[in-house]
Ligand binder design. Structure first.
Ligand code: ADP
Ligand code: MG
Length: 264
């Protein structure tokens, strides 16, 4: 399926409408997300880019049902998260969402295998042999020989691959990854992305935050956030053109020739 076909032919899995999110420092409201709108369809592979502090992780936590918007709508697989109780939210998260955190959050005293099993303790689907599945996933990410190792006995790349396997134990329909390659060397980063691409080809929807424009360019679609607002939402091919033109513009130091692919 081409990126264009995905955009029009398939069901919406994530809907974000006029979302605002503030943090409160004492009584002072600090607005972080300021009117964010987009939708993501089944099978899309989307990169979210933007400078540090622009609100990417805040947005991802909302998509992952770890937090609620201050106002606006977040809908995941047709469920408006503001209409769900905390228990229902936890259930939706456990059943539908795989989350790879910016900090990997493996439990230090558990082995790789036990870390991968962890999400299945809270949310079980009928008829799945989770133990066999955890082993299968660890083999798939190349850690078949490292199942009994604890995080301190693994390299950064191996820890990240455990985090990928853990995010997949419940067959999530949506995989959310917050800078999954941020702590990896470029070769291991490429391996993780290759793996995401395979997953995506088998039907998973993937939303990935990255600082790396080259990686973003390998997805279907790139959403750029700046200061809590979306400033760009384009197919990856257009993002590549946009970057090249940006470089060209900077090189020529001539303002005014830049393509305006800005959505709002
Ligand atoms: N729990 C929190 N309480 C208060 N401020 C926060 C909290 N989490 C993030 N922030 C602030 O919100 C802004 C956006 O953070 P974040 O979403 O983590 O950005 P990004 O992931 O794009 O680097 C930052 O200024 C950060 O300091
Ligand atoms: Mg972040």
């Amino acid at each position: 399926m081409t990126a264009d076909e995905k955009k029009t032919n398939t069901q919406i899995v994530v809907e974000v409408r006029d979302v605002y999110k503030s943090y409160f420092m004492g009584t002072e409201e600090v607005p972080i997300l300021k009117g964010v709108n987009f939708e993501i369809r089944k099978g899309e592979f989307v990169a979210i880019v933007g400078p540090s502090g622009s609100g990417k992780s805040t947005l991802m936590n909302l998509l992952g049902c770890l937090d609620r918007p201050t106002s606006g709508l977040i809908s995941v697989n047709g469920h408006d998260v503001n209409q769900l109780s905390d228990n229902e939210l936890a259930h939706l998260r456990g059943m539908e969402i795989g989350f790879i955190f910016q900090q990997f959050n493996l439990i230090p005293r558990l082995t790789a295998y036990e870390n991968v099993m962890l999400p299945s303790y809270a949310s079980k689907k009928e008829g799945i042999d989770y133990s066999a599945k955890a082993k299968e996933l660890l083999k798939m990410v190349g850690l078949g020989e490292r199942m009994k190792h604890k995080p301190t006995e693994l390299s950064g790349g191996q820890i990240q691959r455990v985090a990928v396997a853990r995010a997949l134990i419940n067959d999530p329909s949506i995989l959310l990854a917050d800078e999954p390659t941020g702590n990896l060397d470029s070769k291991t980063g490429e391996e993780v992305i290759d793996y995401f691409r395979k997953l995506n080809q088998s039907g998973s929807t993937i939303i990935m935050i990255t600082h790396n424009n080259e990686l973003a360019a390998q997805t279907d679609r790139v959403i750029k956030i700046f200061d809590g607002q979306i400033t760009l939402d384009v197919p990856a091919a257009e993002f590549i053109r946009y970057m090249k033109e940006g470089q060209l513009t900077a090189a020529k130091q001539s303002a005014g020739t830049e393509q305006t692919a800005v959505t709002e």
